[in-house]
Design a protein around this ligand. Structure first.
Ligand code: SF4
Length: 148
């Protein structure tokens, strides 16, 4: 059953169905669902799994230890009342698509829209971890969408 979000004055009036339809119109998107950000779990142990279980640890500015802590992410998630969970086809250009979606939804009035994802970033041939300064910050963090 589709979840209904309340439209609060001062927040975007985009309906849940409209947001999902915007996502489903994109190439490579199989489905999109509204979820409650409070249902997204954060946990301290996840960072250890990255640090001691992944060769990519510290190799990309969108991976630990450069990413927000679990506590910071909890605070960020709690600043939103709905999120969009997007299911992509295996061969979809996920990062580029969600970057486009973020801009599209932002321009429709959802100014808090921000997208997050998992996995390393592939926009540059070599990530600028030495400089600690992302070359494309407006595109690098994207995969998972959240709006007001
Ligand atoms: S855009 Fe480039 S510099 Fe930024 S995280 Fe991705 S690979 Fe690294």
């Amino acid at each position: 059953m589709e979840r209904k979000s309340k439209v609060v004055p001062g927040k975007t009036s985009l309906a849940d169905q409209e947001l999902c339809d915007i996502c489903r119109d994109k190439s490579g998107v199989r489905d999109a669902r509204i979820i409650c950000p409070s249902d997204v779990a954060t946990a301290a142990w996840v960072r250890l799994k990255c640090q001691f279980g992944c060769d990519g640890y510290g190799q990309c500015l969108v991976c630990p230890p450069f990413t927000p802590s679990p506590e910071q992410m909890r605070t960020v998630l709690d600043a939103y009342h709905r999120a969009i969970l997007i299911h992509f086809a295996a061969d979809a250009d996920v990062k580029a698509t969600v970057a486009d979606l973020e801009r599209s939804i932002f321009l429709r009035g959802a100014w808090k829209t921000f997208s997050l994802g998992a996995g390393p970033c592939y926009f540059c041939r070599k990530c600028s971890v030495e400089d600690r300064k992302c070359r494309h910050p407006e595109r690098a963090a994207h995969r998972w969408k959240r709006v007001e």
